[in-house]
Unconditional design. Structure first.
Length: 195
């Protein structure tokens, strides 16, 4: 067994996401601290990012989605939010470590701390299985309100939430696309239809 002092040291993940070599510092207590989880990797494989996208990574953890996207959107902005202050600290540390000054993380419960005037072209989230239906409803409605016309919401969930996501995407966005269903995870997409 490792010593307590060793357990308190940052963990390091060196990986390639969206064709870019990236390094992440993590710690115990953050989701998937030893490797980039399968759901995140599946979402990234099925995500279309433009170089100038304005992106929100909701529930960013230590930042693998947002930071991988920042590499593909060098002329855009990446806003990463999480309700866990440790995750936010590591997401900011990882943005700096990888040289992305256009990616920032901040503490927010859902979109509560996101300036209301911000309009996102892409919102991504690796939605936790235990997020709760009430919080998910709040988040989907808040995302819709702050999404640019034609903007996309792309999420990964466990397969057990697939039908729930379809119903709620249709209710809030009037649009649902099951992008990919794997063994354990489903990638779902909604688009804010321009009016």
């Amino acid at each position: 067994m490792a010593s307590i002092a060793d357990l308190k040291k940052d963990l390091t993940i060196e990986t390639e996401l969206l064709g870019t070599p990236l390094t992440f510092k993590t710690t115990w207590g953050i989701f998937s601290p030893r490797e980039i989880d399968d759901g995140t990797q599946l979402l990234l494989r099925h995500l279309d990012i433009k170089t100038d996208d304005i992106v929100l990574d909701l529930g960013c953890g230590y930042g693998p989605l947002g930071i991988a996207i920042a590499a593909k959107a060098p002329h855009g902005q990446v806003h990463m939010v999480d309700k866990d202050f440790v995750a936010v600290d590591y997401a900011n540390k990882n943005a700096r470590l990888n040289g992305f000054d256009h990616a920032k993380a901040y503490l927010s419960n859902g979109l509560s701390a996101v300036p209301k005037e911000m309009q996102f072209t892409t919102v991504v989230s690796n939605i936790p299985a235990k997020v709760g239906k009430e919080m998910l409803s709040i988040m989907l409605n808040d995302i819709h309100a702050q999404m640019a016309p034609g903007g996309q919401l792309v999420v990964v969930t466990i397969n057990g939430l697939r039908d729930y996501m379809k119903r709620n995407f249709m209710e809030v966005f009037g649009y649902y696309d099951k992008v990919k269903q794997g063994k354990d995870y489903t990638i779902s997409r909604a688009v804010k239809v321009p009016r």
